[in-house]
Design a protein around this ligand. Structure first.
Ligand SMILES: Cc1cc2nc3c(=O)[nH]c(=O)nc-3n(C[C@H](O)[C@H](O)[C@H](O)COP(=O)(O)OP(=O)(O)OC[C@H]3O[C@@H](n4cnc5c(N)ncnc54)[C@H](O)[C@@H]3O)c2cc1C
Length: 294
């Protein structure tokens, strides 16, 4: 990688931060320094970046609500999509947004324009790019159900992927080694809507059942087929167990909260403890939902 590329990226409008603390960029508030953290404002700058930096040399971050960075940080470049990537436009029943838009802004914009279909996403934090990558959603409704196409940069080339070619499944897409740049949603135009009632019920349910008063990264594990992992963790008596300042939430077993200055190591120790215990007690192998970034 040529050092001069940083100068070119700067001139293209990128914000380049050296030795940036990753704990500032994730909802867990955990993580050491990234060698570089680059905020990319538009597609020209993204294209320039991708043409000059190999795909193995960076990590694309959304709003960091589903990640655990290591205490040693990230040896390389972390990128984040800002400015133009947050734009949202509507054309009839189609809503287009950049991957850096927040899912909640997209939902609000849809509701204001009497477009329904995204209500299930109320209270899911994060960006549209992160939501598409991980097929975010609830038990019975995921974001793939309202996506028409996804714009992606792969090997520095922009392509448009139709939903049927993305192989979406539970908290998973097949979009790997690529940067999602924008998403076309197809929604339904209605005359008046009761979306705000649905949204506020959903937010109220989250406020009662999730430990939103402490930094966390959402569900730690995927639910195994036919089981609620939160219930299994509760039945195994693990709620409230702490290592350092990381604690298995007393409110919801599938959340680990950062009660102060938790380290990634503390969280990883709790994750290992949960995996071992659930396997021993119920013969079930758990799979993490959060992305552990080393
Ligand atoms: C309190 C709380 C509640 C939550 N509730 C839910 C819920 O109900 N349902 C649910 O599904 N999730 C939930 N989550 C998890 C999280 O909000 C979602 O997974 C969200 O979609 C992640 O978006 P993000 O922008 O924060 O992604 P990040 O955490 O930044 O990244 C997640 C993954 O997406 C990849 N990624 C991000 N942007 C792009 C891009 N532009 N191109 C390619 N890859 C990209 C990253 O590389 C990473 O692998 C919750 C989290 C919290 C903290």
């Amino acid at each position: 990688m040529k050092e001069s590329i940083f100068n070119e990226l700067y001139l293209a409008g990128c914000k380049i931060l050296k030795d940036e603390l990753l704990s500032k960029h994730c909802s867990f508030k955990i993580g050491g320094l990234a060698d570089y953290f680059i905020e990319i404002p538009d597609e020209d700058a993204l294209s320039l970046f991708l043409k000059n930096i190999g795909s193995d040399n960076f990590y694309i971050l959304g709003y960091g609500t589903n990640v655990l960075f290591s205490d040693g940080g990230y040896k390389g470049i972390v990128i984040s999509l800002t400015k133009n990537f947050k734009e949202i436009t509507i054309n009839g029943e189609e809503l287009f947004c950049g991957a850096g838009a927040s899912l909640s802004n997209v939902l609000n914009t849809a509701i204001k324009n009497n477009l329904v279909g995204l209500e299930f996403s109320a209270g899911i934090p994060g960006s549209v790019g992160g939501a598409v990558y991980g097929n975010a959603g609830l038990k019975d409704k995921w974001i793939d159900s309202v996506i028409k196409t996804v714009e992606v940069y792969k090997n520095a080339k922009k392509i448009s992927l139709e939903t049927k070619n993305i192989n979406f499944s539970y908290r998973k897409s097949n979009i790997e080694n690529a940067v999602i740049s924008g998403v076309h949603f197809f929604l339904k135009k209605v005359v008046g809507n009761d979306s705000l009632i649905v949204v506020s019920e959903s937010i109220n349910r989250r406020l009662k059942t999730q430990p939103l008063n402490f930094p966390n990264a959402g569900s730690i594990f995927k639910n195994p087929q036919g089981h609620s992992v939160g219930k299994l963790i509760e039945e195994a008596g693990l709620k409230g167990v702490s290592v350092g300042d990381a604690q298995i939430s007393k409110l919801h077993g599938n959340f680990i909260v950062n009660t102060g200055k938790a380290l990634a190591e503390d969280v990883l120790t709790l994750i290992a403890l949960i995996e071992e215990t659930i396997y021993k007690e119920f013969n079930i192998k758990l799979e993490t939902e959060i992305k552990i970034i080393k």
